[in-house]
Design a protein around this ligand. Sequence first.
Ligand code: ADP
Ligand code: NA
Length: 340
Amino acid sequence: TFTPRVFSGIKPSGDLHLGNYLGAIRRFVPLQDTHETIYCVVDMHAITVWQEPEDLKRWTYEIAAAYIAAGVDPKRSIIFNQSQVMEHAELSWIFNCVARMGWMERMTQFKDKSGENSENVSLGLFAYPSLMAADILLYKATGVPVGEDQKQHLELTRDIAKKFNHDFKKQIKALGHKGDFFPITETLATGPAMRVKSLKDGSKKMSKSDASDLSTIYMMDDADTISKKIKRATTDADALPSEVAGLAARLEAENLVGIYAALSNTSAEDVLGQFGGQGWGVFKPALADLAVARLSPIADEMKRLVADRGEMDSILRDGADRARAIAQPIMADIRNIVGF
Ligand code: ADP
Ligand code: NA
């Protein structure tokens, strides 16, 4: 029988925030029931921009701890650290030679991060999507739970898989493979809050690197801080609509309703069914209570876990061993196919 496999990862490049939780981590948990699940801390991606080595290490533990605290079971899932499985780097080099410069130049995230000129950004930042394709295809993962901001990178992963399957058709066949070598990976991005916005500007996504402190809810924020940030979130003055259509062109309102829906495992329709016609003075305190009730236990468990480095090291070591056991035979085939 065939168990579909999912892969996902988060960069240890800053403090985890509500966008990471709702767009990614929260959705890792139920997939454990239906898929073979591999969740990675992608430290090799993090260093595409400068990271203080001590911070990189601390955030690496924090992200692994967040996975577990949110409900990922290190026995049922593979939790590991990308740099501990060398095959990621090896396959990404091969993919650097499959992907075309033009494909990479079209990546909007690179353009956003490099700005007007690329003189001062790393070559790694440019090649980032090729490493991401390697992360996923090294395990022949068929599904990737990520937020909406990763859609274009997943499209590129599919392009790389298709080009590899095509370029090496003869060798793949000679190896005894029927059909394609790499699967065409699907993006698993459904439900509310696939793109959580800044609490201060509904046109921007919530991100690790936002300068304004009140714009971002961090997973480690205490209850008072979470409440304060939600109560001070920018909104218009109108009451909540009773239909989803009434959220059109109300970016901040749509964002807060989406966050409520995601945190309560319901939909925007349900939230508006409950709060339609009410003002922010009613909705914001309810949202603050919900966010605190969901996030605080996770933060407490994260703190407990990161304090136990011995336990975290043993989880990450075990995860890396299990990841390698899947990756190495696949990598052996790839080497063979390429002619190494
Ligand atoms: P960041 O953008 O915070 O640096 P990463 O690039 O490491 O985070 O992404 C980790 C995961 O979190 C990805 O699946 C990404 O899509 C998701 N993610 C990041 N920001 C958001 C957001 N604002 N809304 C929803 N998902 C997000
Ligand atoms: Na991102």
